[in-house]
Write a new protein. Structure first.
Length: 602
C-alpha cells in the first residue's frame, strides 16, 4: 500500500536525484542584473562561475549595439561591445575575464583542441553544432568590424572579450568557429571591434603555488630526460629542449658551436625547427617555417616537442608570465638562481630559466649568454604589426623585463614545451622506423602498445589517397593485403583478429569502442570521436582495384578501415571498420583493396 509516509520518502528521493543530476551537469542557477532587471542563467565549471548567456546590458554612452541594429538579435545573442565598453559592462560582483580565466576554463573542459565543441550550444551554429557538455551554451553572435562598421559572421563565429591587453590598440579574445572543435585565444584584433561578453563571478584569484620540480619526463625520441613543474593550470618543462632538429632550413644551434652548451642550456632553434616544418612528428606546423610565408596553425602545435607536449601559444606564455608577475617575487620567480650576470633569480616556481643567449641570423653570431633567454611561441602574430618573416617570442633579461615581441624566424631561440591537456593519454611514446627514419607516436592501451598514427612506409602496392603525397603525411599510406606481410617495423606486427578484439574490449566494447578510438576531427557532419585513448583513428576511407586507380570519395570522412593479418578466404581478409555512426566491426574485404595499417607491438 502506498502510504503518505512512502509518498514523502519517494518525493524526497526524487528531489535528491534531480539535485544530483543538476550538480553533475554543473547547472548553477540564475542571477539578476540589478541595473535593468534582466535575468541570466549561470553555470559552475570547475572552480569558476560563469554567466551561461551573453550579456545584454546597454552601457550608457559607450559603443555597444545589437547585431545589424535589430533588437531581436540582442534578445537572442546578447549585445556586442567595444573593449572599452566591455571593461565597464559586467554588474557588481562579476568581472570581464582575463586571458588567464579563459585559459583555466579551456583546460577545465579538456584543452584547446576540443573546447569549442564542448562549450558550443547545441543549436544555432551553421554546418554543425556543439555538444554543450558543460551548459556554457556559446552562441555564434558574430561581430561588428571597426574598419567598415559592418556586421559579420552571425551563426558562424563567437568572439568573447578578455580584460587582458595585447597592445595599445588590441586585446585578447577567446573565439570559436562553426565546424571547428578547437578554440583560439588571440590578441590580434582591435579594441574598437564589437564582440560578445561573458561575465565571470568575481572572487579572489587563487595565488599560484610555489613548487618544486620533482617530476621527470623522458623524450622517447632520444632518451633525454627533463624536469617538469606545474605552474597554475599548466605543466611545463623545467629545462630548455635539447632535441637535435636539423632538416633543411630548420636548424638547431649550440651556443658558440659547443655541444656542452646544448646539454646545459638547451638548443637554439630557428622557427622552422620549432614548428616541425618538415612534419617529422606532426603535420600541424608543416611548412610554417618557410620564410616570408603567413602561417596560422591550429593549436596545440607539437612542433619539435616530445609526443604529448607542445610549443606554447602566445596566450599560454602570457599566462605563465602573468602568474609570475603576480607572485611575491615578480618575474624573478622564473629566473634560475645561478648563471645570470646580475644573480637576480629566486626560481620560486622551479621554472629555472637560464640565460641561454641566442643566435642572430643577421650577424651570424651568438650573443648575450648570461644576460637573457628568449622563448619561442607557436604564434606568428602578437597583436601589433604583422610581418610574415617574424614570429612571437617572450624574453627574460638581466634587467628583469619580460615583454613579448616579434623576431626574425631565422634567429635561434630556446624552447620550453608545455604538456597537452589529455586526461587519459599518459602512456604516450614514440617509435622510429629504422628503414626510413620516420617517427610515429605510440600509445599503450591496456596491455597492448599501438602505433597512434597510420603507417607511412613506402613499398609495393601502397598509395597516397588520391595519389597526393600530402595525404600520406596526414593519413599514412593505403596498402593492399598482400603488401602488408612484414610491412611493420622490427618488433611490431600487423594485428590479427585477436589483437583487434582485445583493443575493442579494452575501449568499451560494442557501444563505446568506435567513438573512444576515433579522432576528434575530420569525421562527417560532426560525428567525431572522443579519442579517449589517443588512438586517433582517421576517416581516410580506402582505395579500390588499383588497375583503375579508384579511390572511394564517399568513404572519406565516414570510415576508418584497418587491415588485419587474418585471412577470411582465398580472395578476402578481415578489416577493422570504425564508422561515422560509432559502430566498430570486423568485416571481410577484397585483398586487392587498399586500407590503412596500424602496427601493434610484439
Amino acid at each position: 500500500m502506498f502510504t503518505k509516509r512512502k509518498l514523502l520518502v519517494f518525493v524526497i528521493l526524487a528531489i535528491l536525484v534531480v539535485a544530483g543530476v543538476l550538480l553533475y551537469l554543473n547547472v548553477g542557477g540564475t542571477m539578476t542584473d540589478p541595473r535593468d532587471g534582466k535575468t541570466y542563467r549561470t553555470v559552475k565549471i570547475g572552480d569558476q562561475v560563469w554567466m551561461a548567456e551573453n550579456l545584454n546590458y546597454n552601457v550608457s554612452g559607450a559603443k555597444n549595439s545589437c547585431y545589424e541594429n535589430k533588437p531581436e538579435n540582442c534578445q537572442k545573442y546578447g549585445r556586442l561591445y567595444t573593449w572599452d565598453a566591455a571593461m565597464d559592462a559586467c554588474p557588481d560582483g562579476w568581472i570581464l575575464p582575463t586571458v588567464n580565466d579563459w585559459s583555466i576554463l579551456i583546460n577545465t573542459v579538456g584543452g584547446q583542441a576540443n573546447a569549442a565543441k564542448k562549450l558550443m550550444a547545441k543549436q544555432g551554429w551553421a554546418g554543425g553544432y556543439g555538444t554543450d557538455d558543460f551548459s556554457f551554451s556559446a552562441l555564434p553572435a558574430g561581430n561588428k568590424n571597426l574598419a567598415d562598421n559592418k556586421y559579420y559572421s552571425q551563426n558562424k563565429l563567437a568572439f568573447f572579450w578578455s580584460s587582458t591587453e595585447s597592445g595599445s590598440g588590441n586585446a585578447f579574445q577567446m573565439y570559436m568557429q562553426a565546424e571547428y572543435d578547437n578554440v583560439w585565444l588571440e590578441g590580434r584584433f582591435g579594441k574598437r571591434n564589437q564582440y560578445s561578453v561573458r561575465c565571470l563571478k568575481s572572487k579572489t584569484r587563487p595565488k599560484v603555488e610555489k613548487a618544486s620540480a620533482t617530476d621527470i619526463m623522458t623524450d622517447p625520441r632520444d632518451g633525454k630526460t627533463y624536469r617538469t613543474v606545474k605552474i597554475g593550470n599548466l605543466e611545463w618543462m623545467a629545462e630548455n629542449l635539447r632535441y637535435d632538429y636539423n632538416k633543411g632550413s630548420a636548424k638547431t644551434y649550440c651556443y658558440g658551436g659547443y655541444s656542452e652548451n646544448c646539454e646545459k642550456y638547451g638548443g637554439l632553434y630557428t622557427w622552422s625547427a620549432v614548428m616541425d616544418s618538415a612534419a617529422l612528428f606532426s603535420t600541424t606546423g608543416k611548412d610554417c617555417g618557410t620564410y616570408n610565408k603567413d602561417c596560422w596553425p591550429t593549436p596545440p602545435v607539437q612542433g619539435a616537442c616530445p609526443y604529448g607536449w607542445h610549443i606554447p601559444t602566445y596566450a599560454e606564455m602570457l599566462v605563465l608570465f602573468t602568474d609570475a608577475h603576480e607572485s611575491d617575487d615578480g618575474n624573478d620567480a622564473l629566473f634560475s638562481t645561478t648563471e645570470w650576470n646580475n644573480g637576480r633569480g629566486t626560481d620560486a616556481f622551479s621554472f629555472s630559466a637560464r640565460p641561454a643567449g641566442y643566435w642572430s641570423s643577421k650577424n651570424m653570431s651568438f650573443s648575450q649568454k648570461g644576460d637573457l633567454v628568449y622563448f619561442w611561441t607557436s604564434d606568428s602574430y602578437n597583436g601589433w604589426e604583422v610581418d610574415n618573416t617574424e614570429a612571437v617570442y617572450f624574453y627574460l633579461n638581466s634587467q628583469g623585463n619580460s615583454p613579448a615581441e616579434n623576431i626574425n624566424k631565422s634567429d635561434g631561440l630556446s624552447i620550453r614545451c608545455v604538456k597537452d591537456i589529455d586526461n587519459n593519454k599518459n602512456n604516450i611514446g614514440a617509435l622510429k622506423d629504422s628503414r626510413d627514419g620516420k617517427f610515429y607516436k605510440t600509445v599503450k592501451i591496456g596491455e597492448q602498445t599501438w602505433m597512434a598514427e597510420n603507417l607511412n612506409y613506402e613499398t609495393g602496392d601502397s598509395y597516397c589517397y588520391e595519389n597526393k603525397p600530402e595525404n600520406c603525411l596526414t593519413y599514412g599510406r593505403l596498402y593492399t593485403w598482400e603488401t602488408t606481410a612484414g610491412i611493420c617495423p622490427e618488433g611490431w606486427h600487423v594485428p590479427g583478429i585477436a589483437d583487434w578484439q582485445t583493443l575493442y574490449k579494452m575501449a568499451g566494447g560494442k557501444s563505446k569502442a568506435a567513438k573512444a578510438l576515433k579522432s576528434t576531427k575530420w569525421w562527417y557532419e560532426g560525428c567525431n570521436g572522443t579519442d579517449d585513448y589517443g588512438f586517433s583513428a582517421l576517416p581516410i576511407g580506402f582505395g579500390g582495384n588499383y588497375t583503375d586507380s579508384l579511390f572511394f570519395d564517399k568513404e572519406f570522412g565516414n570510415h576508418a578501415y584497418f587491415w588485419s593479418s587474418t585471412e577470411h578466404s582465398e580472395n578476402n581478409a578481415y578489416v577493422m571498420d570504425l564508422s561515422y555512426s560509432n559502430v566498430a566491426v570486423l568485416l571481410d574485404a577484397y585483398k586487392n583493396h587498399a586500407f590503412s595499417v596500424r602496427c601493434v607491438k610484439d
